[in-house]
Design a protein around this ligand. Structure first.
Ligand code: IMP
Length: 428
């Protein structure tokens, strides 16, 4: 009954889509457990490139059943648009299962996300503006709308009216916006609910039965470790738990059913939005990494902040997720550099930190301590065995492995599906 969790080990955009898709061809279910359409995966299959936000990347694999777990916040309009977009390109989405307990991103959540960010000015989080935080806030405040509520008109009206009672006051009096009309909102939500109905199911039961039957389930995290509401760089984080524990709470599967936890790390680091980032580059090397790695957000199109590999972050990711394997992506982007710096520790006001300072004031002051590794110039995109990589490239990977405290089991060497070196099988 293999349960495999796949998460981002840094600040997101590590290339999880490619890793998920690679494993996804061999699994029976791919279940997303957190976040919403703030995520963005690009999956490249042949000449086709698919930008996915809400759908699990397993949707592209014909043999896997894609699942949206209860821990995800679902914007029904976005989900339906994504389904329509894929179906028009010949991808069958009829296998999709959506948890009836997942919370809904309502139209007012999107509005609140945008106005509160604007209102915060310099103190903004730099959210994706998709309504993620406000939807999770309502879930925790126990005034959220769940997918199953979309099928009970009276219950839905009652809940929307209750939620808008306070929110409309805030929108009108504090933010100078128009109030949401309860009835129009209810009708809009009922209409999308009707279209979503065929996909809605008791996904916790389905996944548990599947695991009991010896099927393989891949639990796919949105965002990443350093954006976790508990373990990330709070408050510059997302509003869910992208770390491995979130796979259990976000799908209704117990920890005893998880056999493997795979972390995806880029061979360097990127971040979008605000918040501390010790290895961030402000010079031409940062520009170079952005250009070489095409580092622009799939969801917002924002240029990503770029920096060197941060081994302190990776060691921390190994710790808080209990990683068993790392998939290292975009190694090819570093080709052509004479020397490659790796951040091995931090200097915080004259004190060396080998481990992540959880005090955010200390983390914000952290300066990277670098160790230099020699680079390589050879094209590595056609290499399929670790031993065939240039020696300096092998040394770089081995160094990252040693510093991360977890084995590197696969290495991404280019954007195509087959641009990958599998060092250890991710499935046995
Ligand atoms: P939110 O998730 O839209 O509330 O945004 C909170 C923070 O998480 C912001 O800094 C976003 O840029 C970041 N974020 C959210 N989703 C992703 C993602 O998929 N990749 C990278 N950063 C993300």
């Amino acid at each position: 009954m293999p349960g495999i969790v796949l998460i981002g080990a840094q600040w997101g955009d590590e290339g999880k889509g490619k890793a998920t898709d690679l494993i996804g061809t061999k699994v029976d279910y791919v279940a997303r457990f957190n976040g919403g359409n703030n995520a963005g995966h690009t999956v490249v299959v042949g000449d086709e490139s698919y930008a996915l936000h809400l759908l699990p990347s397993g949707i592209i694999s014909p043999n896997a059943t894609p699942v949206i777990g209860n821990g995800v916040v679902v914007d029904p309009e976005v989900l339906l648009e994504e389904i329509d977009g894929l179906e028009s390109r010949g991808i069958d989405c009829s296998r999709l299962l959506v948890s009836e307990s997942a919370h809904v991103i309502a139209p007012y959540h999107r509005m609140i996300d945008k106005v509160t960010e604007r209102f915060a000015g310099k103190k903004k989080i730099g959210t994706t503006g998709r309504g993620i935080g406000p939807a999770y806030a309502d879930k925790i405040n126990r005034v959220g709308i769940r997918i199953s509520d979309l099928f009970h008109e009276d219950v839905l009206r009652d809940k929307v009216s209750n939620a808008l009672h306070q929110k409309n006051q805030m929108l009108v009096k504090l933010y100078n916006r128009r109030a949401f009309d309860v009835e129009a909102t209810v009708q809009e939500m009922l209409a999308v609910g009707e279209r979503l109905k065929p996909y809605v199911a008791n996904t916790s039961l389905i996944l548990n039965n599947a695991l009991d039957d010896g099927k393989t389930v891949l639990f796919e995290g949105g965002q990443a470790t350093m954006l976790d509401i508990d373990h990330g760089t709070y408050p510059f984080v997302t509003s869910s738990n992208p770390t491995a524990g979130g796979a259990c709470t976000g799908t209704g599967v117990g920890p005893t059913k998880i056999n493997r936890v795979i972390g995806v790390s880029k061979a360097y680091v990127t971040r979008v939005g605000e918040g501390p980032f010790p290895t961030e580059l402000f010079d031409e090397s940062g520009e170079w990494l952005r250009a070489q790695g095409h580092e622009y957000g799939v969801t917002t199109g924002r240029p990503r902040r770029c920096g060197w590999f941060d081994a302190v972050v990776n060691r921390y990711a190994t710790q808080v997720n209990g990683l068993t394997d790392i998939v290292l992506t975009k190694l090819d982007v570093l080709t052509g550099l004479k020397e490659i710096p790796i951040c091995v520790a931090y200097d915080v006001n004259g004190v060396r930190y080998d481990d992540m300072p959880t005090d955010q004031t200390a983390f914000a002051a952290a300066k990277p301590i670098y160790e230099m590794m020699p680079g390589w110039t050879e094209d590595i995109s056609q290499v399929h065995a670790f031993e065939d990589l240039p020696q300096t490239c092998q040394d770089y990977v081995k160094k990252l492995e040693e510093l991360s405290g977890c084995r590197i089991s696969a290495i991404g060497t280019g954007p195509q599906r087959d641009h990958i070196i599998e060092v250890h099988s991710l499935l046995d």
